[in-house]
Design a protein around this ligand. Structure first.
Ligand code: SAM
Length: 275
């Protein structure tokens, strides 16, 4: 069944006006006509079965028939990613929607060589991915801001999984509850010549899955640019009380791969994959 993200309120019998582009898609691409049905969601009222009520020149009018699923949200996970090449940012936004991130924040770091990004295109990618993946909301994509400003205005109670290719706690042990262990230095040898860096390897209060909006479950994942984080950035990040430096293994991953890997680990370790 076709699923569309719409703006208007959804209630029994409500008239819903999709955008002109969406109307064209429904009538000209999908060849829907009056009486045909599809699913819509607006990020607030759950998922509704609607029928095509009228096909007008200036667009289609849908009528809300029945709520099929109540509104739910995934875990409160934000993905913060340094601006990299446009195509990779587009992939990251699409995968963030599929992997359940609530928000994608674009960061300008010391080594970002930013491509010019079109936020409207990123919003469209997020929307399309949300429609396809079956979620009931669309991740917000924020304008790029400096990483330092992001950290200066950090939201109280939100934890940060800092993906650091120079060394960090093994992601699974860093995220899943286990008996307190001694500080874990970064692994040495292997593909990367890593320094052993002190890393807190246990995140307090993570021994229960995050529930909608509750403090314990509010997390962010941070991925750096092609050139990695500068030493000053790494030092600042490690010094922050809400941060845990995490390794994604002994190989250097490209930013889009790292974002996908980190979100996968997080969802599997503490997210909603066991729901
Ligand atoms: N300097 C390398 C490069 O030019 O490819 C590293 C940058 S890497 C493409 C971008 C980001 O992905 C890193 O800053 C880090 O956040 C994440 N990342 C990549 N590999 C990682 C690993 N093995 N462990 C932890 N994070 C990693």
């Amino acid at each position: 069944m076709i699923r569309l993200y719409v703006q208007g309120d959804l209630a029994p019998g409500a008239a819903v006006a999709p955008t002109l582009d969406q109307s064209r898609y429904l009538t000209q691409v999908m060849r829907l006509k009056a009486g045909d049905e599809l699913l819509v969601f607006n990020g607030r009222d759950g998922e509704w079965r609607v029928s095509v009520a009228e096909v007008l020149k200036k667009g289609v009018i849908l009528r809300a028939e029945e709520q099929m699923r109540p509104q739910t949200y995934g875990p409160d996970l934000e993905l913060i990613v340094a601006v990299v090449k446009k195509a990779r940012v587009e992939t990251i936004v699409e995968k963030a929607a599929e992997l359940g991130a609530k928000r994608v924040r674009l960061a300008l770091t010391h080594r970002t060589n930013a491509d010019r990004l079109r936020l409207d295109r990123l919003d469209a990618i997020a929307e399309e991915a949300a429609e396809q993946t079956g979620r009931l909301d669309v991740p917000v994509v924020d304008d790029p801001v400096k990483l330092d400003a992001l950290l200066d205005g950090w939201e109280d109670g939100r934890r940060l999984m800092f993906c650091d290719e120079t060394g960090g706690a093994p992601a699974i042990t860093a995220l899943t509850p286990f008996s307190p262990s001694p500080l874990w230095g970064g692994a040495t040898g292997g593909v990367l010549d890593r320094q052993a860096l002190p890393t807190r390897s246990r995140l307090e209060g993570l021994d229960h899955p995050p529930r909608d909006g509750e403090g314990e479950g509010r997390w962010a994942i941070l991925i750096g640019p092609e050139g990695g984080f500068s030493p000053e950035e790494g030092e600042r990040l490690r010094s922050l009380p809400f941060t845990t430096a995490v390794s994604l293994g002994p190989r250097i991953l490209r930013a889009d791969t790292a974002a996908i890997a980190a979100m996968t680990l997080w969802q599997a370790a503490v997210g909603d994959w066991d729901r």
